[in-house]
Design a protein around this ligand. Sequence first.
Ligand code: ADP
Ligand code: MG
Length: 730
Amino acid sequence: MIMSKARFKAITESQNRNRITIEEKGRRSELFAQNVFNEERMLQYFTKDALQSVQSAIVSGSKIDRKIADQVAEAMKGWAISMGATHYTHWFQPLTGATAEKHDAFFDLLPNGRGLEKFGGGQLVQQEPDASSFPSGGIRNTFEARGYTAWDPTSPAFIYETTLCIPTIFVSYTGEALDNKAPLLRALHAMDEAATAVAKYFDKNVSKVNATLGWEQEYFLIDKALANSRPDISLTGRTLVGHSAAKGQQLDDHYFGVIPGRVLSFMSDLEKECTKLGIPVKTRHNEVAPNQFELAPVFEEANLAVDHNLLLMDVMDKIADKHSFKVLFHEKPFAGINGSGKHNNWSLATDTGVNLLSPGSTPMKNLQFLTFFINTIKAVDTYEELLRSSIASAGNDHRLGANEAPPAILSIFIGTQLSRVLDELEGVSKGKLSPEEKTELKLNVVGKIPEILMDNTDRNRTSPFAFTGNKFEMRGVGSQANCAKPMTILNTIVAKQLRAFKKEVDALVDKKSLKKDEAIFNVLREYIKTSKRIRFDGDGYSEAWEKEAKKRKLSNNKITPEALKVLTSPDTIDLFKSMKVMSEIEVNARQEVELEAYILHLQIEGRVFNELVYSYIIPAAITYQNKLIKNVLGLKDIYGAAHKKLTEGQSNIIEKIAEHIVVLKAKTDAMTDARKKANQLTDSLKKALAYAENIKPHFDEIRYESDKLEQLIDDQVWPLTKYRELLFIK
Ligand code: ADP
Ligand code: MG
């Protein structure tokens, strides 16, 4: 019998896996940050000078001088070697979206031929990786050819396996950011400045505000052998073809269900490793789709949280491999069932221990809450299209607006209770407030917020940007995305807004001699009025909302190239420049890199389609068709003219297969032709649009024909591991 060997070998291999039993003993707190050069280790290893210098660099961004850097490096080296590390690396985030590292041994040779372990301030602070192959959006072509990495002391060094990893930024010699971390740090700095100035209205003791981020990472786990048996999963991280299994997620039996033993064993190992690395993982559960899971940590300062998310994704890959799994971070690895995202919970925390987006117990605290709450709403309203651009990617295009994830339209959900508070505030009269009005406002509007929030149960899961009690939750972020991108833009726009707010309030106090709280009420009232269109509490998945959003002139950019256009609008460039987050060159480069990434992803998918169709699907279809033809001819031999009645079914299948092959081949060739045409284009935006409009639609058509064939053809002959085999881990 002819049989697709690869598929059946993979299935057998996956079925023969040892079922590992797990032991989840021991206290997590004892393991926590064992492999991190955190404050505790600094106290232990640093001189007083070094400690002070590093701490002030962390808190206020001051520079660390070379002598101190040498001391720091010596201490880090001592600790790392005592932990068994042999190498060190500058760990950075090039614009590929992933992380990069180049390992160097501590070991060095002296001129006399003796060896020693060397690591000085020079190596700690700055490195020059020959990283000329990373995307730079043209920056390194037009300026210096090389880039360098520079230590980010705000994110602690850690040891992974036997390497000391030092978080760094990656910039060109002329100072342009070539990574995702440098702009994030600048945005967080801008946020600190703007938010601290506003927080001082309410508490003079505030001297620093940190943005906080708590991400929730969704992912799929697939048996390694099964994943490797499919060229599409291996090369694109998703299935390009594949008919849905008879059972998908319709029974909702996976969501929060019992975690399969094999998966639990993986999770347990993963969490142990994360804990050692100082990633405060907390929750794990099954997600909606079969084989889909989620992991979330306790929230942290945003830069550290971003690093931890990137580190987590790396660690997951490695631990999964040990457990013979492959992790899929793609936003839509399987058609017909949910894809994966990464919710970004975001808030602002002062160095006095206050969450600025948490209502308090006094009217003054609540006025502070309302200030940050309304300014965030206003910022998102002004820059909704830009915020949408921060989550644009080829993978996420499959998800946004596909009835499982928020739409491509940005809107904010705040719930009926807080909407009522804003409505009441909007009614406050202009200018000076009468004593009665002030009392009424303080007691009955602002004073009531905490009680109200207690019973705020109507959480809307369809909203892309929802207020959830003491933080905003940005839900459209892609599962494989680097959170630095949305976090850079969110923090920049809110910082810009807070800066404008402070200016307006101060002007009212100075020029109209309003009291500070009156001035704040006045400005907030205007913001409530002018940012109304961004607030939407209804069903974000509905068609009615799309129509309504259009009326409200909210952007609805469904494809990445459209979404990315706004990055280089004069307003955006102005924003980034004025907040010192990115220069025009950097913004242009980023758009170029994103467009290029989009094109490359689709290009690879197109090529894989070609291979699948010509080398897998058509040959399998013909094999089975020939089997049927042989059968029909055989029956004809035996029964002569009477065979017709007996071979009607077979003949019908033979014809159907033939028809599907014809269309499948035609669509595939049309896709290839369109690709050749698009590849002639030199302008990235035009090329990306051509891929989106002329090539991608063929993908769906090809898939349709292939999935039809999958249903017609002998299971023994079908060469691609099926959804039913991929998706149900035992
Ligand atoms: P879900 O969306 O799954 O219902 P939760 O409300 O449990 O999620 O979300 C909790 C997430 O929010 C966690 O990842 C947590 O770390 C994060 N979070 C909680 N408070 C804050 C905060 N002040 N700033 C940022 N993230 C926060
Ligand atoms: Mg969530």
